[in-house]
Design a protein around this ligand. Structure first.
Ligand code: ADP
Ligand code: MG
Length: 669
């Protein structure tokens, strides 16, 4: 079992305690009368309040005991059946009412059937109804019940204490940590869950900001000893680009060029919506540093993206005939290849180093490194922010992010950086056309995709899951790829991509897609970040209701990157109106800022679980938009704590906690 937990990146009891449910299941209102049976759907969970007027019957077959009960809910006959549970009979008394909770099936009856329903007295069910059942992300072999059981055990056996000073908890009207942890897993009711979540969100912000502040305190202002004066090649590339830069791109470049004239080494955030053209900015700046004799690096959160940047940059180097080498450093290189790269670094030549973050952390010699760019910074989180600094290497640092956050928030989250915002997108680009469709229009969508493929374009089909198992309603990449091969002509290349594939396999698939050997790519959200295949003009997102709006916006950003008209089709699998409203927002606008704002307005107090805005900054629960107020409070508290005395017992304990948590995050990387 440990091994199963390890698969989920869980190693200690503490890890498991902080493994929060993916969502919660609510028990439905009990129905006294099934007047309108047509409203129910096969497989739906129902609770029926039924008066039992006919006795349970036990039957024995050669294989097992079978217990049946026939009753009515209103006028509708309900047949219930239990297997291997003869004791049920003794629990149900004649002429009394019970709530039967189970999944509906219509098969072979005039009324409805419930298999193995759970039986409650009405009073018990009313209590049960208030509670929410945790639903965890699973891995094959590990059940939800097992996780529940283990977490309950830990909660019972371990004495938890609260690292936050009591006065503080009171001032911010927070719950204690032990309460919060208990209630996030096993909420008594909705209100407790909401309060538990608030506390844990506060903690996430607090830890994040405290780590940032503490490392800032350790940091020294590093004098700028780099000399960036030559700009001939930089200007040459700039003037031969196939497109004019946008205003936002130009001012971001200008900002960095004035940074390099500073007397201290600085850090800058470049924020720009998906498709605003951040990669070319990175390339131009790296070229500028290269021609002044320095090595430069760009780090991407995934191998797919690193490889893509490597290919793009190598292409640029060829096109513009630049005398600098491009070097790829990723986890899938062999030890020998890595050594070769390290040897190159030692030569202190100017070059473009492109890699994933893990490798930049290794023991390479980066003495000549003057510029480090982190692409899609929001994917990394703070824990990796300062790894180079810890090694005594202090290059100029630029982080690039597509997360549209208001300036007040970015000042808190990126408090130590200067900020440039690219607020425009390339002028020639046509806005993406969007459609939200229901299941019945699926075939139309397929026909539309086929039409685009016939025109020579390509398509993404996004599914929430890698393989079947978690739930049945959601599409998974593995099975769905097979289904689509039957739908589309045999001549179409249909490829599959998901996070559990080996890096080399992933790269091969992306490469085929880029070369248009694959026309339809069925993928999980691994393509969410950064992927650039401008010939792809249509994206279809299955179970679109499963994703947060920010995530949908990022996903959609994979199309509409070239000159051709692009399309995004959201498949809405719910009957829930709130969800449909959310999809309406995204289908009406292509503007990340607007979408984030509208999404926030739509959210009531009950909307916080199940769907998160995005994976921003590695928070588990916190949502920088929705929890902006808590972020503000945590930020004030961190400032007070960091600047204050740390001699008292409570302060020492808190400091220890911060260090412990940051240690824990590092070891779990
Ligand atoms: P992102 O900001 O999401 O990282 P990319 O840098 O991947 O966006 O750019 C998306 C596409 O737009 C690329 O194909 C790139 O070549 C192109 N592009 C970048 N800047 C411009 C521009 N000013 N005009 C036209 N196309 C551009
Ligand atoms: Mg990008």
């Amino acid at each position: 079992m440990y091994r199963l937990y390890n698969k989920l990146d869980l190693y200690t009891a503490e890890d498991l305690l902080f493994y929060y449910p993916r969502t919660y299941m609510e028990y439905p209102e009990e129905l006294e009368d099934l007047k309108d049976k047509s409203k129910l759907s096969e497989g739906e969970a129902v609770a029926l309040l039924i008066r039992v007027d006919e006795a349970c019957r036990n039957r024995k077959t050669s294989r097992m005991d079978i217990t049946t009960l026939s009753a009515f809910c209103g006028d509708v006959p309900v047949d219930m059946v239990w297997f291997r549970s003869p004791y049920i009979k003794s629990q149900i008394r004649l002429h009394e009412s019970y709530v039967f909770y189970g999944r509906v099936s219509f098969d072979g009856t005039k009324g409805i059937k419930l298999e193995q329903p759970v039986v409650y007295t009405r009073e018990k069910y009313v209590l049960q109804k208030k509670s929410l059942q945790p639903v965890y992300t699973l891995t094959r072999g590990l059940t939800n019940n097992q996780i529940k059981k283990n977490i309950r055990q830990i909660l019972e056996e371990v004495t938890l204490s609260d690292p936050l000073p009591k006065a503080w908890v009171k001032k911010r009207e927070l719950e204690t940590l032990p309460f919060a942890l208990r209630m996030i897993h096993f909420p008594d009711d909705f209100d407790s869950l909401s309060r538990a979540r608030n506390r844990l969100v506060y903690d996430e912000f607090f830890l994040f900001l405290a780590q940032m502040e503490l490392s800032k305190q350790d940091a020294i202002s590093v004098p700028n000893s780099f000399s960036v004066v030559k700009e001939e090649l930089y200007k040459k590339v700039l003037s031969s680009l196939p497109f004019p830069l946008t205003k936002g791109q130009e001012s971001a470049l200008q900002d960095v060029r004035s940074d390099v004239a500073n007397s201290f080494v600085t850090q800058r955030l470049i924020q720009g919506d998906v498709g605003s053209g951040k990669t070319v900015i990175a390339f131009l700046l790296m070229t500028l540093f290269c021609e002044n004799g320095y090595a430069t690096a760009i780090m991407a959160p995934t191998e797919i993206l690193a490889t893509q940047h490597y290919n793009t940059f190598s292409e640029y180097v060829k096109t513009y005939d630049l005398p600098f080498e491009t070097v790829l450093l990723t986890g899938s290189l062999s030890a020998k290849q890595k050594r070769e790269v390290y040897d190159k670094l030692k030569e202190k030549r100017p070059m473009y180093i492109i890699g994933t973050h893990a490798l930049i952390q290794e023991k390479a010699d980066y003495e000549n490194l003057a510029l480090v760019i982190t692409d899609e910074q929001h994917r990394f989180g703070v824990k990796q922010r300062d790894t180079l600094g810890k090694k005594g290497i202090h290059p100029f640092s630029i982080v690039m992010s597509a997360t549209p956050i208001p300036r007040t928030l970015s000042m808190i989250l990126y408090g130590d950086m200067n900020i440039s915002v690219i607020s425009d997108v390339p002028a020639k680009r046509l806005p993406i056309k969007n459609a939200v469709i229901k299941e019945q229009d699926r075939n139309k969508a397929y026909r539309f995709i086929a039409k685009e493929v016939e025109k020579g374009h390509q398509a993404y089909v996004i599914c929430p899951l890698v393989s079947a198992g978690e739930t049945t309603e959601e599409k998974n990449v593995t099975d769905y790829t097979g289904e689509l091969k039957k739908v589309f002509p045999k001549t179409y290349g249909i490829g599959m991509l998901h996070g559990r594939m080996k890096p080399a396999e992933k790269n091969a698939v992306m490469d085929s897609f880029l070369k248009n050997e694959i026309q339809i790519l069925v993928s999980t959200t691994v393509v969410e970040v950064g992927v650039n295949v401008p010939n792809a003009t249509v994206m279809m997102i299955e179970n679109a209701n499963r994703f947060g709006l920010a995530q949908l916006h990022q996903l959609r950003g994979r199309v509409g990157r070239g000159d051709a008209q692009s399309y995004c089709i959201f498949l809405d699998g719910t009957k829930n109106e709130e969800n449909s409203k959310r999809l309406e927002i995204i289908s009406k606008s292509n503007d990340g800022f607007y979408i984030a704002g509208e999404d926030l307005k739509l959210r009531g107090p009950g909307d916080f679980y199940g769907i998160r805005q995005s994976g921003d900054l590695d928070f588990h629960l916190a949502d920088i938009y929705q929890d902006a107020q808590l972020l503000q409070k945590a930020s004030e508290d961190v400032k007070e704590f960091v600047s204050g005395e740390k001699e008292g017992e409570e302060e020492k304990k808190l400091l220890h906690h911060i260090l412990h948590q940051s240690q824990r995050q590092y070891t779990n990387l």
